[in-house]
Design a protein around this ligand. Sequence first.
Ligand SMILES: *Cc1c(COP(=O)(O)O)cnc(C)c1O
Length: 352
Amino acid sequence: MKKHNFSAGPCILSQEVLEKASKAVVNFNNLDLSLIEISHRSADFVAVMDNATDLVLELLNLKGKGYSALFLQGGASLEFLMVPYNLMKEGGKAAYTDTGAWSSKALKEAKLLGEVDVVASSKDKNYNYIPKGYTIPTDADYFHCTSNNTIYGTQMKKFPKTDGLLVCDMSSDIFSRQLDFSQFDLIYAGAQKNMGPAGATLVVVKDEILGKTGRTIPSMLDYQIHSSKDSMFNTPPVFAVYVSMLTLEWLKEQGGISAIEKLNIAKAALLYNEIDRNPLFEGSAAEEDRSDMNVTFLLTDETKKDTFDKMWKEAGISGINGHRSVGGYRASIYNAMPIESVQVLVDLMKKL
Ligand SMILES: *Cc1c(COP(=O)(O)O)cnc(C)c1O
């Protein structure tokens, strides 16, 4: 039987998607060729890329609103550098919130290119909350935030208004909840948390913001070049793009973001209710900032650890050990995670 996969990333994908993907690796579109042995310039693959980018804009409700969706490589981590390269003016500055390890890494790269104003940080409490009430300097070229802090289990519920551009790392909660995505000028996400396999990075960017920094940008780091070549400036990660496309199709069949959001809220509530009810557990993130994607919790009685670990392993649960910097447990309950698997975990917590 398939395990209950609570892994933080790479992570659970729909079983239906995995089966379609495995067929395409052997024989794609009845071409008697594998998806991964045909040219990325072939009509069959170009259709995959077109469909994938189209689905991204459709699901985010950004179609016809002046945005491009790009499938790039280098992970969300390369976006930490590409964002300042493309959006920070020569001699300009950017504002960042520091809400976890990924934010810290992002602002470190931005510092290579100019001034970085860290307007708020939750480092004082090991990133267990989302800072609020900060001011973004009016002269910042852009403001960068991380919508969901995968390691700590915190999630931004609201996004600030800014005079400059609004940029968001949505690696671990993109396509999970309804937002007005048009409030963002640039969104990026590594595919492997809610969209597909590792190897592709999604960038959704408002076309009009590009080409305005006065910088000379190396070709591979230049969004305008990738955009003008429809993400085919060089060979794209064909398998990762294809599986992302299948996942986006699957999401659309589920009813899109509004339908999956309802399910995500129900899954998170099921687990948080048990954490709050059961004296043997406590949540590690501030209650108002709790993530609906990564649920972090600790045992209140460490002597129960061996028993609990044995119980969940025997129940076929996988991937719920907490990140080493937080400890305890982290149940990642991304879009493809069925509520039945969350129920299996909750039943064990009740039995402990
Ligand atoms: C995983 C993660 C990253 C890093 O993604 P890579 O694709 O491994 O570079 C960045 N930001 C967030 C929020 C993440 O969860």
